[in-house]
Design a binder for this molecule. Sequence first.
Ligand code: FES
Ligand SMILES: [Fe+2]
Length: 376
Amino acid sequence: MTPTGLPDSLIATLPGSAYTDPAVFTQEQEHIFESLWFCAARASELDKPGAFRTVDVGRESILVTRARDHSIRAYFNVCRHRGARLCTEESGEVRRAFQCPYHAWTYGLDGKLVAAPNLTKMPDVSRTEYGLVDVHVREWLGYVWLCLAENPPPFEQAVIGDVVERLGDVESIEHYGIEDLKVGRRITYDVKANWKLIVENFMECYHCATIHPELTEVLPEFADGYAAQYYVGHGAEFGDGIQGFTVDGSEGLDRIPGVAEDQDRRYYAITVRPQVFVNLVPDHVIFHRMYPLAVDRTVVECDWLYLPHVVESGKDVSRSVELFHRVNQQDFDACERTQPGMNSRTYAKGGVLVPSEHHIGAFHAWVNERLGTPQG
Ligand code: FES
Ligand SMILES: [Fe+2]
């Protein structure tokens, strides 16, 4: 027995309140989602200047757009006049400017205040000073990553570092050329569960044999319950007779040419904290982004990315998509089944992690450290 009173095989999870207490969620919004890099959108969604998307990052609404110089820009979605929300649609396109629907202050795609009723009578109002407030933007893997902090953590360490920690080096992900792939399918899941349950579920494979019959058929080693994420650089190998990463093990799509020989016929899963999962297989990439909206609700947007000619030719990707769509449904059902238990008096002190889940303890320590919670 350890000092915590648990047998050596088990370590404690977070307490139930970490998954149900709105005050904890507010802390996470502030110290995690509003402080770290947050993957907000696929850059190709913003296909021309004026195309925009609004996303909730922590407690803020953020407007992401492409400026006239084709760079991606992001702003707090708040009018500088009296604070009205500038854009209420989730996505759309403006021709040259964003006009506030309240008193018609108008901002260029570069955020500058370009017009307002009677603005010429206020010559002392700086158009930059009263422009939209900027958010830090990075593009990586064809996605737009935002950071609301004034001084963002170094991207190389905070984001790319998570990938390197898992794969051993950055080249291993670069081989897939994710920025050049095209979205073949996007499915959005509205999951009635705390975001951390979704992360924890993604990190372990103790559940694979129970809830993922199709996945364990394709990746037989997953039936043993050891998550590939447990070992640096390890990818789970396709079973004998499996032709591709599809729902029935039938042939997949054209293989991504950069994929190395030793990455072929393997599946790699990567967690990029706090809200991204990347899944690599030889012919496509499955990219999950979580949007935590409440302590017990998380929207997950999942993209299936293929070589451009696969998507453009209209090839049937349905068997390919179906495999991970089922995995998603199976996982999210499990998370939704777990969420109500977090409120139970029997879970007040939390649950336990078995040895093949012990690495989830590092995630819990990371969350506690972000929130400044003393380690229990
Ligand atoms: S609040 Fe936007 S113009 Fe007045
Ligand atoms: Fe799973």
